[in-house]
Design a protein around this ligand. Structure first.
Ligand SMILES: C[S@@+](CC[C@H](N)C(=O)[O-])C[C@H]1O[C@@H](n2cnc3c(N)ncnc32)[C@H](O)[C@@H]1O
Length: 460
Protein backbone atom coordinates (compact mmCIF):
# COMPACT_ATOMS: atom_id res chain seq x y z
CA UNK A 1 0.00 0.00 0.00
CA UNK A 2 1.38 3.41 -0.97
CA UNK A 3 0.48 7.07 -0.47
CA UNK A 4 -2.00 8.44 -3.05
CA UNK A 5 -3.19 4.98 -4.17
CA UNK A 6 -6.95 4.64 -4.40
CA UNK A 7 -9.05 1.70 -3.17
CA UNK A 8 -12.70 0.75 -2.92
CA UNK A 9 -13.22 -0.39 0.67
CA UNK A 10 -15.97 -1.25 3.15
CA UNK A 11 -16.04 0.52 6.52
CA UNK A 12 -16.23 -2.23 9.15
CA UNK A 13 -16.27 -0.14 12.32
CA UNK A 14 -16.00 3.33 13.84
CA UNK A 15 -13.15 4.11 16.24
CA UNK A 16 -13.01 6.09 19.47
CA UNK A 17 -12.92 9.37 17.56
CA UNK A 18 -15.67 8.15 15.23
CA UNK A 19 -13.18 7.70 12.40
CA UNK A 20 -14.19 4.97 9.94
CA UNK A 21 -12.13 1.76 10.10
CA UNK A 22 -11.44 -0.50 7.10
CA UNK A 23 -9.04 -3.39 6.48
CA UNK A 24 -7.05 -4.05 3.32
CA UNK A 25 -4.03 -6.29 2.75
CA UNK A 26 -3.76 -6.89 6.52
CA UNK A 27 -3.50 -3.14 7.14
CA UNK A 28 -6.03 -1.14 9.15
CA UNK A 29 -7.07 2.06 7.38
CA UNK A 30 -8.56 4.99 9.31
CA UNK A 31 -10.88 7.12 7.20
CA UNK A 32 -12.20 10.44 8.53
CA UNK A 33 -15.97 10.92 8.40
CA UNK A 34 -16.72 7.41 7.07
CA UNK A 35 -19.52 5.50 8.80
CA UNK A 36 -19.70 1.77 9.57
CA UNK A 37 -21.42 -0.14 6.73
CA UNK A 38 -20.45 2.39 4.03
CA UNK A 39 -18.57 1.54 0.85
CA UNK A 40 -16.15 4.25 -0.20
CA UNK A 41 -13.51 5.02 -2.75
CA UNK A 42 -10.61 6.32 -0.69
CA UNK A 43 -7.21 7.85 -1.33
CA UNK A 44 -4.34 6.81 0.94
CA UNK A 45 -2.79 9.80 2.74
CA UNK A 46 -0.16 8.11 4.89
CA UNK A 47 1.07 4.53 5.48
CA UNK A 48 2.71 3.17 8.65
CA UNK A 49 3.78 -0.45 9.30
CA UNK A 50 0.46 -1.61 10.77
CA UNK A 51 -2.00 1.07 9.76
CA UNK A 52 -2.76 3.76 7.20
CA UNK A 53 -4.85 6.91 6.87
CA UNK A 54 -7.15 7.60 3.96
CA UNK A 55 -9.68 10.20 2.88
CA UNK A 56 -13.00 9.68 1.18
CA UNK A 57 -12.90 10.42 -2.58
CA UNK A 58 -16.41 9.14 -3.20
CA UNK A 59 -19.09 7.41 -1.14
CA UNK A 60 -20.19 4.40 -3.23
CA UNK A 61 -22.90 3.21 -0.84
CA UNK A 62 -23.80 5.47 2.05
CA UNK A 63 -25.08 4.65 5.52
CA UNK A 64 -28.73 5.21 6.49
CA UNK A 65 -27.27 7.08 9.44
CA UNK A 66 -25.45 9.69 7.33
CA UNK A 67 -26.99 13.17 7.48
CA UNK A 68 -26.17 16.69 6.32
CA UNK A 69 -24.15 18.55 9.02
CA UNK A 70 -25.98 21.65 10.26
CA UNK A 71 -22.80 23.74 10.45
CA UNK A 72 -21.28 25.11 7.27
CA UNK A 73 -17.70 24.90 8.61
CA UNK A 74 -18.10 21.37 10.06
CA UNK A 75 -15.64 19.82 7.61
CA UNK A 76 -12.83 22.23 8.52
CA UNK A 77 -13.49 23.12 12.17
CA UNK A 78 -12.10 20.91 14.96
CA UNK A 79 -14.91 21.71 17.42
CA UNK A 80 -17.30 18.87 16.43
CA UNK A 81 -16.59 15.47 14.95
CA UNK A 82 -19.90 13.80 14.14
CA UNK A 83 -22.55 16.21 12.89
CA UNK A 84 -22.70 14.01 9.78
CA UNK A 85 -24.08 11.07 11.80
CA UNK A 86 -27.65 10.65 13.06
CA UNK A 87 -27.77 11.45 16.81
CA UNK A 88 -29.43 8.22 17.93
CA UNK A 89 -26.78 6.26 16.08
CA UNK A 90 -24.07 8.36 17.76
CA UNK A 91 -25.50 7.34 21.13
CA UNK A 92 -25.24 3.68 20.03
CA UNK A 93 -21.64 4.26 18.94
CA UNK A 94 -20.78 5.88 22.29
CA UNK A 95 -22.25 2.90 24.15
CA UNK A 96 -20.20 0.62 21.91
CA UNK A 97 -16.99 2.58 22.59
CA UNK A 98 -17.54 1.96 26.32
CA UNK A 99 -18.35 -1.73 25.70
CA UNK A 100 -15.18 -2.18 23.59
CA UNK A 101 -12.97 -0.55 26.25
CA UNK A 102 -14.40 -2.87 28.91
CA UNK A 103 -13.94 -5.91 26.67
CA UNK A 104 -10.29 -5.01 25.95
CA UNK A 105 -9.56 -5.04 29.69
CA UNK A 106 -11.68 -8.16 30.30
CA UNK A 107 -13.92 -6.30 32.78
CA UNK A 108 -16.95 -8.29 33.93
CA UNK A 109 -20.10 -6.28 34.74
CA UNK A 110 -23.80 -6.83 35.37
CA UNK A 111 -25.34 -4.16 33.12
CA UNK A 112 -24.29 -1.60 30.52
CA UNK A 113 -27.11 0.87 29.80
CA UNK A 114 -27.56 2.75 26.54
CA UNK A 115 -26.00 6.19 26.45
CA UNK A 116 -28.45 8.82 27.74
CA UNK A 117 -28.72 11.58 25.15
CA UNK A 118 -30.14 15.11 25.03
CA UNK A 119 -33.52 16.05 23.55
CA UNK A 120 -31.89 18.90 21.62
CA UNK A 121 -28.22 17.93 21.23
CA UNK A 122 -27.07 21.47 20.31
CA UNK A 123 -26.32 24.84 21.97
CA UNK A 124 -25.29 23.17 25.22
CA UNK A 125 -21.80 24.48 26.10
CA UNK A 126 -21.89 26.94 29.02
CA UNK A 127 -18.18 27.78 28.68
CA UNK A 128 -16.37 28.69 25.49
CA UNK A 129 -12.72 29.54 24.91
CA UNK A 130 -12.25 31.33 21.60
CA UNK A 131 -8.72 31.74 20.25
CA UNK A 132 -8.00 35.26 18.93
CA UNK A 133 -5.27 34.94 16.33
CA UNK A 134 -3.35 36.95 13.78
CA UNK A 135 -3.39 35.33 10.34
CA UNK A 136 -0.63 35.51 7.70
CA UNK A 137 -2.17 38.71 6.27
CA UNK A 138 -1.99 40.40 9.69
CA UNK A 139 -5.75 40.21 10.15
CA UNK A 140 -7.07 39.33 13.60
CA UNK A 141 -9.52 36.42 13.62
CA UNK A 142 -11.92 34.94 16.17
CA UNK A 143 -13.16 31.39 15.80
CA UNK A 144 -12.13 27.83 16.58
CA UNK A 145 -9.07 25.78 15.74
CA UNK A 146 -9.24 23.77 12.53
CA UNK A 147 -9.00 19.97 12.76
CA UNK A 148 -5.49 18.94 13.91
CA UNK A 149 -4.11 22.49 13.58
CA UNK A 150 -4.04 25.92 15.20
CA UNK A 151 -5.37 27.70 12.13
CA UNK A 152 -8.44 29.66 13.25
CA UNK A 153 -11.68 28.95 11.39
CA UNK A 154 -14.17 31.80 11.62
CA UNK A 155 -17.83 30.93 11.77
CA UNK A 156 -21.10 32.78 11.95
CA UNK A 157 -22.88 30.46 14.36
CA UNK A 158 -21.48 27.62 16.45
CA UNK A 159 -24.16 24.99 17.01
CA UNK A 160 -22.77 23.48 20.21
CA UNK A 161 -22.29 26.72 22.17
CA UNK A 162 -24.84 28.60 24.17
CA UNK A 163 -26.21 31.09 21.58
CA UNK A 164 -25.85 34.09 23.88
CA UNK A 165 -22.17 33.26 24.53
CA UNK A 166 -21.60 33.21 20.79
CA UNK A 167 -23.27 36.60 20.37
CA UNK A 168 -21.42 38.21 23.30
CA UNK A 169 -18.09 36.87 21.96
CA UNK A 170 -18.69 38.41 18.56
CA UNK A 171 -19.70 41.71 20.14
CA UNK A 172 -16.52 41.76 22.30
CA UNK A 173 -14.43 40.82 19.28
CA UNK A 174 -15.69 43.76 17.20
CA UNK A 175 -15.08 46.09 20.17
CA UNK A 176 -11.50 44.93 20.72
CA UNK A 177 -10.74 45.41 17.03
CA UNK A 178 -12.30 48.91 17.13
CA UNK A 179 -10.15 49.72 20.18
CA UNK A 180 -7.02 48.82 18.21
CA UNK A 181 -6.09 45.52 19.90
CA UNK A 182 -4.76 42.70 17.78
CA UNK A 183 -4.73 38.92 18.07
CA UNK A 184 -1.89 36.66 19.20
CA UNK A 185 0.67 35.39 16.72
CA UNK A 186 1.83 31.90 17.72
CA UNK A 187 5.01 32.12 15.65
CA UNK A 188 6.44 35.40 16.95
CA UNK A 189 4.58 35.14 20.33
CA UNK A 190 3.49 38.74 19.77
CA UNK A 191 0.07 40.40 19.83
CA UNK A 192 -2.33 41.58 22.52
CA UNK A 193 -5.18 39.14 23.08
CA UNK A 194 -4.82 35.35 23.04
CA UNK A 195 -8.26 34.11 24.02
CA UNK A 196 -11.73 35.30 24.92
CA UNK A 197 -13.25 32.93 27.46
CA UNK A 198 -16.93 33.26 28.34
CA UNK A 199 -19.02 31.37 30.88
CA UNK A 200 -22.77 31.74 31.13
CA UNK A 201 -25.02 30.27 33.81
CA UNK A 202 -27.57 27.97 32.16
CA UNK A 203 -30.21 28.75 34.80
CA UNK A 204 -29.08 32.21 35.99
CA UNK A 205 -27.92 33.64 32.60
CA UNK A 206 -25.05 35.33 34.49
CA UNK A 207 -22.07 36.00 32.24
CA UNK A 208 -18.34 35.97 33.02
CA UNK A 209 -15.87 37.33 30.45
CA UNK A 210 -12.17 36.52 30.69
CA UNK A 211 -9.81 38.26 28.26
CA UNK A 212 -6.46 36.50 28.12
CA UNK A 213 -3.74 39.05 27.36
CA UNK A 214 -0.17 38.45 26.25
CA UNK A 215 1.62 41.29 27.99
CA UNK A 216 1.79 42.57 31.58
CA UNK A 217 1.33 46.21 30.54
CA UNK A 218 -2.10 45.34 29.09
CA UNK A 219 -3.37 44.64 32.62
CA UNK A 220 -3.40 48.42 33.14
CA UNK A 221 -4.70 49.40 29.70
CA UNK A 222 -7.68 51.74 30.16
CA UNK A 223 -9.26 50.57 26.90
CA UNK A 224 -10.41 47.46 28.79
CA UNK A 225 -12.25 49.69 31.28
CA UNK A 226 -14.17 51.44 28.51
CA UNK A 227 -14.89 48.06 26.82
CA UNK A 228 -16.21 46.70 30.13
CA UNK A 229 -18.37 49.78 30.77
CA UNK A 230 -19.94 49.37 27.33
CA UNK A 231 -20.48 45.64 27.83
CA UNK A 232 -22.12 46.03 31.22
CA UNK A 233 -24.31 48.89 30.00
CA UNK A 234 -25.50 46.76 27.08
CA UNK A 235 -26.03 43.52 29.02
CA UNK A 236 -26.92 43.60 32.71
CA UNK A 237 -26.23 39.86 32.94
CA UNK A 238 -22.48 40.50 32.54
CA UNK A 239 -21.48 40.02 36.20
CA UNK A 240 -17.75 39.49 35.97
CA UNK A 241 -14.97 40.74 33.66
CA UNK A 242 -11.45 39.47 34.29
CA UNK A 243 -8.09 40.10 32.61
CA UNK A 244 -5.87 37.04 32.69
CA UNK A 245 -2.17 37.30 31.90
CA UNK A 246 -0.57 34.47 29.94
CA UNK A 247 2.95 35.20 28.68
CA UNK A 248 3.93 31.53 28.35
CA UNK A 249 4.62 29.84 25.05
CA UNK A 250 2.40 26.80 25.77
CA UNK A 251 -1.04 25.51 24.82
CA UNK A 252 -2.39 26.36 28.29
CA UNK A 253 -5.17 28.91 27.85
CA UNK A 254 -5.12 30.66 31.22
CA UNK A 255 -2.08 32.07 33.00
CA UNK A 256 -1.58 32.42 36.75
CA UNK A 257 -2.09 36.16 37.22
CA UNK A 258 -5.53 37.75 36.97
CA UNK A 259 -7.02 41.20 37.45
CA UNK A 260 -10.73 41.58 38.09
CA UNK A 261 -12.00 44.67 36.28
CA UNK A 262 -15.69 44.27 37.00
CA UNK A 263 -17.69 42.33 39.64
CA UNK A 264 -16.15 39.31 41.32
CA UNK A 265 -14.08 36.42 40.00
CA UNK A 266 -17.17 34.22 39.81
CA UNK A 267 -20.71 33.83 38.55
CA UNK A 268 -23.35 31.47 39.91
CA UNK A 269 -25.44 28.67 38.43
CA UNK A 270 -27.64 25.80 39.60
CA UNK A 271 -27.44 22.04 39.26
CA UNK A 272 -30.74 20.71 40.53
CA UNK A 273 -31.73 22.71 43.63
CA UNK A 274 -28.13 23.64 44.47
CA UNK A 275 -26.52 26.92 43.59
CA UNK A 276 -22.80 27.08 42.84
CA UNK A 277 -20.16 29.78 42.61
CA UNK A 278 -18.02 29.11 39.54
CA UNK A 279 -14.74 30.98 39.07
CA UNK A 280 -12.69 31.57 35.95
CA UNK A 281 -10.24 28.75 36.64
CA UNK A 282 -12.35 26.12 38.35
CA UNK A 283 -13.77 23.06 36.61
CA UNK A 284 -17.53 23.03 36.14
CA UNK A 285 -19.43 20.62 33.88
CA UNK A 286 -19.88 22.38 30.52
CA UNK A 287 -23.30 20.85 29.86
CA UNK A 288 -25.46 21.91 32.82
CA UNK A 289 -28.68 20.09 31.95
CA UNK A 290 -26.85 16.79 31.33
CA UNK A 291 -24.79 17.31 34.51
CA UNK A 292 -28.10 17.26 36.37
CA UNK A 293 -29.01 13.99 34.62
CA UNK A 294 -25.58 12.54 35.44
CA UNK A 295 -25.72 13.53 39.12
CA UNK A 296 -29.22 12.04 39.46
CA UNK A 297 -28.10 8.78 37.80
CA UNK A 298 -25.21 8.67 40.28
CA UNK A 299 -27.46 9.43 43.26
CA UNK A 300 -29.92 6.70 42.28
CA UNK A 301 -27.17 4.13 41.82
CA UNK A 302 -25.49 4.84 45.17
CA UNK A 303 -28.68 4.27 47.26
CA UNK A 304 -27.37 6.55 50.01
CA UNK A 305 -28.69 6.81 53.53
CA UNK A 306 -28.41 9.49 56.18
CA UNK A 307 -26.13 7.49 58.44
CA UNK A 308 -23.39 7.34 55.84
CA UNK A 309 -20.13 9.17 55.19
CA UNK A 310 -19.40 10.10 51.59
CA UNK A 311 -16.05 11.00 50.02
CA UNK A 312 -16.22 13.32 46.98
CA UNK A 313 -12.79 12.86 45.34
CA UNK A 314 -11.61 15.15 42.51
CA UNK A 315 -14.35 17.44 43.71
CA UNK A 316 -13.94 20.63 41.63
CA UNK A 317 -16.21 23.28 43.18
CA UNK A 318 -17.88 20.59 45.31
CA UNK A 319 -20.77 20.11 42.93
CA UNK A 320 -21.27 16.34 43.39
CA UNK A 321 -20.77 16.27 47.18
CA UNK A 322 -23.09 19.22 47.75
CA UNK A 323 -25.69 17.68 45.40
CA UNK A 324 -25.60 14.49 47.51
CA UNK A 325 -25.15 16.16 50.91
CA UNK A 326 -28.78 15.91 52.06
CA UNK A 327 -28.77 12.13 51.49
CA UNK A 328 -25.82 11.38 53.81
CA UNK A 329 -24.49 12.21 57.26
CA UNK A 330 -21.16 13.77 56.23
CA UNK A 331 -19.28 14.70 53.04
CA UNK A 332 -15.49 15.05 52.71
CA UNK A 333 -13.96 16.25 49.46
CA UNK A 334 -10.46 16.56 47.98
CA UNK A 335 -9.52 18.77 45.03
CA UNK A 336 -6.10 19.86 43.76
CA UNK A 337 -7.00 23.38 42.56
CA UNK A 338 -6.95 25.84 45.44
CA UNK A 339 -9.38 28.23 43.78
CA UNK A 340 -11.92 25.42 43.20
CA UNK A 341 -11.71 24.44 46.90
CA UNK A 342 -12.28 28.07 47.85
CA UNK A 343 -15.41 27.98 45.67
CA UNK A 344 -16.44 24.61 47.20
CA UNK A 345 -16.27 26.06 50.72
CA UNK A 346 -18.22 29.14 49.58
CA UNK A 347 -20.75 26.79 47.92
CA UNK A 348 -21.28 24.93 51.19
CA UNK A 349 -22.27 28.22 52.85
CA UNK A 350 -24.34 29.38 49.88
CA UNK A 351 -26.46 26.24 50.14
CA UNK A 352 -26.56 26.11 53.97
CA UNK A 353 -24.85 22.75 53.87
CA UNK A 354 -23.51 21.99 57.34
CA UNK A 355 -22.17 18.47 56.86
CA UNK A 356 -19.46 18.96 54.21
CA UNK A 357 -15.74 19.74 54.30
CA UNK A 358 -13.45 20.29 51.31
CA UNK A 359 -9.65 20.24 51.44
CA UNK A 360 -6.97 21.22 48.92
CA UNK A 361 -4.41 18.75 47.64
CA UNK A 362 -4.01 15.67 45.51
CA UNK A 363 -6.21 12.67 46.25
CA UNK A 364 -3.15 10.41 46.38
CA UNK A 365 -1.53 12.58 49.08
CA UNK A 366 -4.45 13.77 51.16
CA UNK A 367 -6.49 10.57 51.64
CA UNK A 368 -3.96 9.66 54.33
CA UNK A 369 -5.23 12.60 56.40
CA UNK A 370 -8.78 11.21 56.50
CA UNK A 371 -7.35 7.81 57.43
CA UNK A 372 -5.39 9.39 60.31
CA UNK A 373 -8.51 11.23 61.46
CA UNK A 374 -10.27 7.82 61.47
CA UNK A 375 -12.91 9.03 59.02
CA UNK A 376 -14.11 5.94 57.19
CA UNK A 377 -16.30 6.43 54.11
CA UNK A 378 -19.32 4.23 53.42
CA UNK A 379 -19.43 5.50 49.86
CA UNK A 380 -16.72 7.03 47.66
CA UNK A 381 -17.36 9.06 44.51
CA UNK A 382 -14.40 9.60 42.18
CA UNK A 383 -14.49 11.94 39.18
CA UNK A 384 -10.86 12.05 38.00
CA UNK A 385 -9.43 13.79 34.92
CA UNK A 386 -8.85 11.78 31.70
CA UNK A 387 -5.81 9.92 33.04
CA UNK A 388 -8.01 8.18 35.62
CA UNK A 389 -6.90 6.94 39.05
CA UNK A 390 -3.30 6.32 40.08
CA UNK A 391 -2.24 3.14 41.91
CA UNK A 392 -1.79 4.88 45.26
CA UNK A 393 -5.34 6.27 45.25
CA UNK A 394 -6.75 2.86 44.25
CA UNK A 395 -4.90 1.28 47.17
CA UNK A 396 -6.37 3.81 49.60
CA UNK A 397 -9.87 3.35 48.20
CA UNK A 398 -9.63 -0.43 48.55
CA UNK A 399 -8.26 -0.07 52.08
CA UNK A 400 -11.21 2.15 53.06
CA UNK A 401 -13.46 -0.66 51.78
CA UNK A 402 -16.56 1.51 51.14
CA UNK A 403 -19.91 -0.19 50.61
CA UNK A 404 -20.24 1.43 47.19
CA UNK A 405 -18.10 3.39 44.76
CA UNK A 406 -19.48 5.78 42.14
CA UNK A 407 -16.94 6.27 39.37
CA UNK A 408 -17.62 9.22 37.02
CA UNK A 409 -15.28 9.05 34.04
CA UNK A 410 -14.61 11.12 30.94
CA UNK A 411 -12.37 8.46 29.42
CA UNK A 412 -13.68 4.91 28.85
CA UNK A 413 -10.14 3.54 28.35
CA UNK A 414 -8.82 4.61 31.77
CA UNK A 415 -12.18 3.76 33.37
CA UNK A 416 -11.89 0.17 32.08
CA UNK A 417 -8.28 -0.07 33.32
CA UNK A 418 -9.27 1.14 36.81
CA UNK A 419 -12.39 -1.05 36.97
CA UNK A 420 -10.16 -4.05 36.33
CA UNK A 421 -8.13 -3.19 39.45
CA UNK A 422 -11.20 -2.40 41.56
CA UNK A 423 -13.10 -5.52 40.45
CA UNK A 424 -10.91 -7.71 42.68
CA UNK A 425 -13.04 -6.45 45.58
CA UNK A 426 -16.03 -4.88 43.87
CA UNK A 427 -18.83 -6.12 41.64
CA UNK A 428 -19.50 -3.77 38.77
CA UNK A 429 -23.25 -3.40 38.98
CA UNK A 430 -24.09 -0.83 36.36
CA UNK A 431 -22.37 1.29 33.75
CA UNK A 432 -24.35 4.24 32.40
CA UNK A 433 -22.90 6.45 29.64
CA UNK A 434 -24.35 9.99 29.67
CA UNK A 435 -23.84 12.19 26.62
CA UNK A 436 -22.32 15.36 28.04
CA UNK A 437 -20.71 16.39 24.74
CA UNK A 438 -23.12 15.93 21.79
CA UNK A 439 -21.62 16.29 18.28
CA UNK A 440 -18.20 15.23 19.60
CA UNK A 441 -16.71 11.81 20.29
CA UNK A 442 -16.19 12.55 24.01
CA UNK A 443 -17.86 10.04 26.25
CA UNK A 444 -18.86 10.46 29.93
CA UNK A 445 -19.72 7.41 32.02
CA UNK A 446 -21.17 6.74 35.47
CA UNK A 447 -20.26 3.41 36.99
CA UNK A 448 -21.68 1.92 40.18
CA UNK A 449 -19.54 -0.60 42.06
CA UNK A 450 -20.61 -2.62 45.06
CA UNK A 451 -18.40 -4.39 47.61
CA UNK A 452 -18.45 -8.13 46.93
CA UNK A 453 -20.94 -10.00 49.13
CA UNK A 454 -18.27 -12.21 50.72
CA UNK A 455 -16.27 -9.10 51.83
CA UNK A 456 -19.18 -7.23 53.36
CA UNK A 457 -18.95 -8.77 56.80
CA UNK A 458 -15.20 -9.15 56.87
CA UNK A 459 -13.40 -7.27 59.62
CA UNK A 460 -11.04 -4.57 58.28
C1 LIG B 1 -13.49 15.91 35.86
S1 LIG B 1 -13.21 17.18 37.04
C2 LIG B 1 -14.48 16.80 38.19
C3 LIG B 1 -14.97 17.95 39.04
C4 LIG B 1 -16.28 17.75 39.81
N1 LIG B 1 -16.41 16.45 40.38
C5 LIG B 1 -17.49 18.11 38.98
O1 LIG B 1 -18.34 17.24 38.71
O2 LIG B 1 -17.62 19.28 38.59
C6 LIG B 1 -11.75 16.61 37.77
C7 LIG B 1 -11.22 17.49 38.88
O3 LIG B 1 -10.09 16.83 39.47
C8 LIG B 1 -9.10 17.80 39.81
N2 LIG B 1 -7.84 17.05 39.93
C9 LIG B 1 -6.98 16.66 38.97
N3 LIG B 1 -6.01 15.90 39.47
C10 LIG B 1 -6.24 15.78 40.80
C11 LIG B 1 -5.58 15.08 41.86
N4 LIG B 1 -4.51 14.37 41.65
N5 LIG B 1 -6.13 15.17 43.09
C12 LIG B 1 -7.23 15.92 43.32
N6 LIG B 1 -7.90 16.59 42.36
C13 LIG B 1 -7.42 16.51 41.10
C14 LIG B 1 -9.21 18.84 38.72
O4 LIG B 1 -8.70 20.08 39.13
C15 LIG B 1 -10.73 18.86 38.44
O5 LIG B 1 -11.36 19.84 39.24
Amino acid sequence: MKKNEEYDIEIVDNGVNFEGIAKKEGIIIFVDEAIIGEECKIQILKVNSSHAYGKIKQILADSNYRQEPVCEVFKRCGGCSCQHINYNFILNLKTKIVENSLRKQGVVYDKLSSCIGMGLPYYYRNKVQYPVRMDSNNNTKLGFYAKRSHEVIENVCCYIQDRIIDMVAKDIFSRIIALGFNGYDEISFSGDIRHIMIRRGYHTSEIMVVLVVNNKSLLNDNRFISLTNDLVKKNEKVKSVVLNLNENNTNEILGEKQKIIYGENYITDYIGDYKYYISSKSFFQVNTSQAEVLYNVLKEGLELNKKEILFDLYSGVGSIGIFLSDSVKEVYGIEIEEEAVKMANMNIKLNNVENAEYITGSVEDRLEEFKNRKIKPDVIVVDPPRKGLDDKSIEYIIEFKPRKIGYVSCNPATLARDLKSLSKMYDIKEIIPVDMFPQTSHCEVVCILELKEKLKNEFV
